[in-house]
Ligand binder design. Structure first.
Ligand code: AVJ
Ligand code: FE
Length: 441
């Protein structure tokens, strides 16, 4: 059910449930390791887990306790420490951070006040409170950091501490690619209550006919690119991509380890054979683009991806999700850290789009050949630092969420972005190609 269709009390209950679910995840991810591990920096790319935890609490305090609730600050003195714009990740371990016990106490104290604020909010009136937007924003913020913390776990060395059942089995798909017809579709949203500013407003975009793969590129397909010498041939790489490939000495996806003539992967501390039918993960944008070029194909644009994910040819309408308007369930998509890996191709037939494109949502974020810009009519809300300060050419877009993304923090309109060199995120890709005139007859 959409947020706006709920009555006020049902919405209040929904907010409370979502807040609790997010906190359960944060607790699992931070209770899984000891205090020494929580304060350590596992990679220069990441914050110590204890920073993420207190930062989650601080954002919640700023928006829900102080702004929505109009209450006195809990810990105004620590705002600066947990402001992501004040301190780059690499510098965070050296800050006088709250220790693990203090951080846990802080987020609990903030959360108690938030439940009180939630009781008193009309969930309408001010834009920030209408449909519980600020609560939804904070739920998504915590879940986004939970995915970031999961990426920190992947970078952490030592014995495995996280456990989850294997994803469902795959099955062969009837076709490898489908035609997305030429024409306009409604991109973005003006009606999804918890959509963030960069997803707004809905606007028509014309998309030429193109073919898109029904599944993300698999480990087996990617290994063929490696075996064919793809990493040694600058023809497949963009100029900046090749320069980075050389400088960083890339030879395979991150977390792949050589095993004789083949490869293994290190997944949250388990060193294991690489499942051939799972989407490849932990490649950067440059690797995705090089693969696509080698394969005689290209990456989709952001508009193409969203049209493939939302366009219903029967009605011409854009759906909330590939499978329809229902919120994601376990049958639709590999989301929410239920499984700690992507699922093999074909594992979610109920999640396919009307055109027959599978696994657009869940499994792996998909790199796209688009930069981050605001849609026509974009308006920063409620703060410029969520999206607007990242607009421009420095980032590439990612869509669809991964096995590490919570359903609350992904939609078919949800936009993610990162530097094109990043590999620690749970990102893969799928390929597309232009349609030839004779294929449209
Ligand atoms: C939208 C995932 C790029 O993690 O940097 C978290 C989300 N913004 N805290 C990020 C975010 C502020 C953001 N991404
Ligand atoms: Fe944040």
């Amino acid at each position: 059910m959409s947020i706006a269709e709920r009555g006020t009390e049902a919405l209040r209950e929904h907010v409370a449930t979502q807040l609790r679910r997010a906190r359960e995840r944060s607790v699992v991810l931070t209770d899984a390791v000891d205090d020494d591990d929580l304060v350590r920096q596992h990679s220069k790319l990441m914050s110590p887990l204890v920073w993420d935890l207190a930062h989650i609490g601080n954002q919640e305090e700023l928006w829900l306790v102080r702004d929505v609730g109009g209450r006195e600050p809990v810990r105004e003195d620590i705002d600066n420490l947990y402001d992501a714009f004040q301190h780059p990740r690499a510098d965070r371990p050296a800050l006088p951070l709250l220790d693990p016990a203090q951080a846990r106490g802080y987020v609990r104290e903030v959360r108690d006040k938030v439940f009180d604020v939630l009781e008193g909010s009309r969930l309408e009136g001010r834009r920030l409170e209408t449909d519980g937007f600020a609560f939804g924003m904070i739920v998504q913020h915590e879940q986004q950091h939970d995915e970031t913390m999961l990426a920190t776990h992947q970078l952490r060395r030592g014995a495995p501490v996280l456990h989850a059942p294997a994803p469902p089995a795959g099955r062969p798909l009837p076709v490898a690619e489908v035609l997305v017809p030429e024409g306009p579709f409604a991109m973005g949203t003006s009606i999804e209550a918890w959509a963030l500013d960069n997803e707004r407003p809905a606007h028509d975009v014309h998309v030429d006919a193109f073919f898109i793969d029904t599944a993300p590129v698999t480990n087996a397909a990617y290994e063929a690119f490696i075996a064919a010498g793809g990493y040694d041939d600058p023809r497949w790489w963009s100029e900046v991509g090749w320069a980075y490939r050389v400088k960083a000495d890339l030879t395979a996806p991150r977390f792949w380890v050589r095993d004789g003539a083949g490869w293994l992967r290190d997944r949250f501390g388990h060193v294991e054979p690489i499942p051939p039918d799972e989407p490849v993960v932990h490649v950067c944008f440059h690797e995705a683009l090089a693969y696509a070029t080698w394969a005689g194909r290209r990456l989709p644009t952001e508009a193409e991806w969203e049209k493939a994910a939302r366009f219903d040819p029967a009605t011409g309408r854009s759906r909330r999700f590939p499978w329809g308007d229902e919120d994601p369930g376990p049958e639709h998509a590999n989301l929410g850290q239920r499984h700690l890996s992507p699922a093999p191709v074909g594992a979610y037939p109920a999640g396919a789009s009307p055109l027959g494109v599978h696994q657009l949502v869940g499994d792996v974020w998909e790199w796209l050949d688009s930069d981050f810009h605001g849609y026509p009519g974009f308006e920063a809300f409620p703060y410029r630092e969520y999206s607007e300060v990242f607009f421009g050419g420095d980032y590439k877009m990612l869509r669809g969420g991964s096995f590490g993304t919570d359903p609350a923090a992904v939609r078919a309109t949800f936009r993610n972005w990162d530097h094109p060199i990043r590999r620690q995120i749970f990102a893969g890709f799928r390929c597309a190609r232009d349609a030839r005139a004779e294929e449209l007859a």
